[in-house]
Design a protein. Structure first.
Length: 331
């Protein structure tokens, strides 16, 4: 029997300026013509091995925010490399695992940096569903979904794609702002089983934001793309404050070892310590690298209290049984 809670009200977007006009913005972008450029062989076709056909089609104009217009939907899509489109598949698979296994629980999917709900893959020049749409398209949906993004072009495009779907809330605001976090907290019962999916572009997901969800929701899973390599680059370039906000470390430079072959190891260990101190005794992660190189892009990480977390992680990340993953299991 499915447990039920009072349905929270449907909240409108948070706005910091005047009303945003999606159609006007679409017309503005469609008026631009992309500059011609030489095509080069993509560095990476896939994270985990499948091959994709590279097709020659007219290139779409990208805004400074990395958005392109999908004329069929009359909405924006985010232009990404192929590995980013596969992250949406990973989110769907994990949502499907939780939705099926916890079908008798009240479940909530919270996604920060949700984007417009559709991706444009530069290598294949095709549109594919984004993670919010993928998370909704599972056999046993969550009881509630909360999607947020700072860019109104993304939130309004997502709203146009999803429509007025009962139990789905789309909020516009800074993921690290108290105002947005309070709005999200109003929508989600404290005793719900919550999955927080965070896929920031750059160093934009602060540990203080994650800690807010940890403190409020005792039944919380974290599915995160942790920018370890981005933290290393930020410290090397002197942006210690940005790295500190992500790592929850007063002096992230103290973890920097310029002579180490893998400069991200100490940052990764520190991030895990934060998770373990917060009560997550099941942590699984895998560094995602450019195919054929050792250049790390980010860490795909699951932090959970569920004893089968590592098994769920392999399924969600579509990893072979013999693929190495880093595990923390102190339960």
């Amino acid at each position: 029997m499915r447990l039920s809670w009072p349905r929270p009200r449907l909240a409108g977007p948070l706005r910091t300026s005047g009303a945003y006009d999606l159609d006007k913005d679409l017309q503005r972008v469609l008026g631009h013509v992309p500059k011609p450029r030489k095509e080069r062989k993509p560095e990476q076709l896939s994270l985990f091995g499948p091959t994709y056909e590279i097709v020659e089609q007219p290139r779409l104009y990208e805004t400074t925010d990395g958005l392109v217009v999908d004329v069929d939907d009359r909405a924006f899509a985010r232009a990404v490399s192929l590995h980013s489109s596969e992250k949406a598949d990973c989110a769907r698979r994990y949502a499907e695992i939780v939705g099926t296994a916890m079908k008798n629980q009240y479940t909530v999917w919270i996604e920060l940096f949700a984007g417009p709900g559709k991706l444009y893959v530069r290598e294949t020049r095709k549109f594919v569903p984004g993670s919010p749409v993928e998370a909704l398209n599972i056999p046993r949906q969550f009881n509630r979904y909360v999607f947020s993004d700072l860019n109104p072009a993304c939130t309004e495009s997502l709203r146009r794609r999803i429509g007025s779907t009962y139990g789905v809330n789309i909020l516009q605001g800074d993921a690290n702002s108290p105002e947005l976090l309070v709005e999200i907290a109003k929508l989600v019962p404290r005793d719900a089983l919550v999955v927080l999916y965070g896929d920031p572009e750059g160093l934009h997901l602060h540990w203080s934001t994650i800690k807010f969800f940890i403190d409020r929701f005792p039944r919380l899973d974290l599915l995160l793309n942790v920018p370890i390599s981005g933290v290393v680059r930020a410290v090397a370039a002197g942006y210690d404050q940005k790295a500190s906000a992500v790592m929850n470390h007063p002096d992230p430079r103290a973890l920097f070892d310029p002579g180490a072959p893998d400069k991200g190891v100490r940052y990764r260990e520190w991030y895990w310590r934060n998770c373990e101190a917060a009560g997550f005794d099941q942590i699984a992660a895998v560094p995602i690298c450019l195919r054929g190189t050792n250049r790390e892009l980010y860490d795909l990480m699951l932090a959970s209290r569920h004893p089968l977390a590592s098994k769920f992680f392999r399924i969600a990340a579509a990893l072979p049984d013999d693929a190495p993953i880093a595990l923390s299991n102190h339960g």
